[in-house]
Design a protein around this ligand. Structure first.
Ligand code: SF4
Length: 71
């Protein structure tokens, strides 16, 4: 049985880090809604099959994304 969606925390949107580009040694909370009750601390090289790729680069939900200007 293949892990359909496995990926590393450092590339996951639920990795609760401030870093825009987290690395292997970064440790942060997992913010995945189903896992949040467990208050997991995960590192960049951890991972699970709830992985969802960070969308910042593709222009999705991102704290780093500049607000559109409304002149
Ligand atoms: S444990 Fe899973 S859901 Fe949480 S940050 Fe890591 S890959 Fe994402």
């Amino acid at each position: 049985m293949a892990d359909k969606n496995w990926g590393h925390c450092k590339g996951c949107r639920y990795f609760g880090t401030h870093h825009p580009n987290p690395g292997d040694t970064d440790v942060a909370r997992c913010m995945e809604p189903d896992l949040q009750p467990f208050d997991l601390q995960v590192s960049g090289t951890s991972g699970c099959n709830e992985f969802e790729a960070r969308t910042g680069m593709a222009g999705g939900v991102s704290a780093e994304e500049p607000a559109p200007s409304m002149h």
